[in-house]
Design a protein around this ligand. Structure first.
Ligand SMILES: *Cc1c(COP(=O)(O)O)cnc(C)c1O
Length: 496
């Protein structure tokens, strides 16, 4: 198979292998790694319809990670997608009220980030071996809630790695926080920072770009890598489930071969929807990619008028994993639509970092017609949870509800009747309080765990293991720092 190399979105002269891109996470110039072309599927979707999730994963990932041997990649896949998931199909497709919900929350931490973070540690260790790396890999991650726990669960006690997670102290749900601070594993460190997610992410990015610090680490036998959704090792495993979703529709006779569908994705960092865009370019007949935002609707405004403007009020919503004003993965799309011109892309990203705003050209905007932007307010999101529950008994989490509400508005505005897959990104149990408030239409006085019990009865779904586990687990991490103090606390953890 022809080898696929990766370039940096900020420097076209960079050319690395997949394993090197996975190890580095971010390019030295601050850019994101991107394949020099999006590969197409080798087998037909009809053939793929006869495959398991794991086999589908191999079909997709082998096209991107061309420097992995078949044995290496199959080994990573079988270690990732095993009994950690509570269903053999890994990503079930559930029909409710005329849409297909692609449930991506059946892994260890009951949110979609498990889909990629179950495999990333294995991809990374394999990459280190292939590249003769002797240092321990230190995973440094900023999280808006779900990435943190999913990364911790993925990397805990993985030989040759350490993981440090920063989360906004008051910007994640109580359950999300409990999940993180009870994490076991002697290679795991969790820190709450005084600031929002963007502060945490900006801090992490600065540390990654600090060459002096990297040299200091190297002298102590460590090197950083990223488990954030900017890592290509996160993005590619997410392409798999869109291929699998279409294959499932085909297998079940819900679409005819070649019939195009729409996809709706509740969006924060733009990783998940970018994976859907990649799936489209691999050959999955996806028509519209509907990008759903909550009140932090910076992406909706961008798709409307071609202006990306982060200078606005930041809202804490009931869908905290989407409370993001700088969608890191959008940089890859900007790079692609500006003619893969890394200098041009770099200029936009510098404007974003200096002034918080950039405006794309009309030519670039014309290439965004695959996308439709939408947003749902807090009220619309809660209403959608209640409506769908009353109509069908199916209970959505708050993030998926944003997507579902956006889809209802999209249908009404466009009269588009194509079959539609909605990415269902978290279990409602992870956001039990907001979900029960939406269903009952009032403030809840009960504790989180009382609400979880009640949600289990309401939705007629047993409480997932991930929730049962943290009920009684002791708090193992209680570090707090200011956003200026991130580097010092890392040094403290690593003993340097
Ligand atoms: C991370 C997350 C999102 C946003 O996904 P992006 O890839 O960052 O756009 C949506 N919903 C949930 C539950 C998440 O954890």
């Amino acid at each position: 198979m022809e080898e696929l190399f990766y370039k940096s979105t900020r420097d076209n002269s960079i050319k690395v292998k997949a394993s090197q891109a996975i190890l580095k996470g971010l390019s030295d110039d601050g850019g994101l790694f991107i394949p020099e072309r999006i590969p197409v599927l080798e087998k037909s979707l009809k053939e793929i319809a006869g495959m398991t999730y794991q086999e589908t994963a191999y079909e997709v990932m082998s096209r991107f990670f061309t420097d992995f041997t078949e044995e290496e990649l199959k080994n990573c896949i079988s270690r990732a997608y095993d009994s950690k998931f509570d269903t053999d199909v890994i990503a079930p497709l559930v029909e409710a009220d005329g849409a297909y919900y692609l449930e991506l929350f059946h892994g260890q931490t009951i949110a979609f980030k498990d889909m990629a973070l179950s495999i990333l540690p294995h991809l990374m260790i394999t990459s280190a071996k292939k590249n003769n790396i002797k240092n321990d890999i230190v995973i440094l991650t900023a999280t808006s809630g779900d990435t943190g726990k999913a990364a911790l669960a993925g990397f805990a006690d993985v030989e040759g790695t350490k993981i440090i997670v920063f989360y906004p102290k008051n910007g994640v749900s109580a359950i999300q926080e409990k999940q993180m601070v009870t994490q076991k594993g002697k290679n795991t460190f969790v820190v709450g920072i005084h600031g929002n997610f963007d502060d945490a992410q900006t801090g992490v990015k600065k540390i990654f770009a600090d060459k002096e610090f990297a040299a200091q680490l190297d002298a102590h036998g460590y090197q950083f890598s990223s488990a954030n959704s900017i890592n290509i090792g996160r993005l590619v495993p997410q392409v798999v489930y869109y291929v699998y979703a279409y294959a499932t529709l085909l297998r079940e006779g819900k679409v005819a071969d070649g019939e195009s569908i729409n996809v709706v994705v509740p969006t924060g960092n733009f990783g998940n929807i970018l994976a859907a865009y990649f799936a489209k370019h691999m050959g999955v007949p996806i028509d519209k990619l509907i990008c759903a935002s909550n009140d932090n609707k910076v992406l909706f405004d961008f798709f409307e008028n071609g202006v990306y403007d982060r200078n606005r009020e930041f809202y804490l919503t009931t869908s905290p994993s989407m409370d993001i004003l700088i969608s890191s993965n959008l940089e890859r799309l900007i790079y692609l639509i500006c003619g893969e011109d890394s200098e041009k892309n770099k200029t936009f990203m510098e404007q974003l970092s200096k002034e918080g705003i950039y405006t794309i050209s009309d030519d670039m905007k014309a290439q965004l017609k695959d996308f439709a932007g939408g947003f749902a307010t807090e009220e619309e999101t809660a209403q959608r949870i209640r409506d769908l529950y009353e109509k069908t008994g199916y209970v959505l989490d708050t993030h998926t509800a944003v997507a579902s509400a956006v889809y209802e508005k999209y249908k009404e505005n466009t009269k588009d009747t194509k079959k539609t897959v909605i990415a269902s990104t978290a279990s409602p149990f992870k956001f039990a309080k907001s979900v029960m408030q939406a269903i009952d239409g009032k403030e809840e006085q009960e504790s989180d765990f009382e609400l979880i019990e009640r949600l289990s009865k309401t939705a007629n779904v047993t409480i997932p293991n991930a929730i049962e586990e943290i009920r009684t687990a002791p708090v193992l991490h209680d570090h707090i720092c200011e956003k200026e103090g991130m580097k010092d606390i890392i040094k403290e953890f690593l003993g340097i």
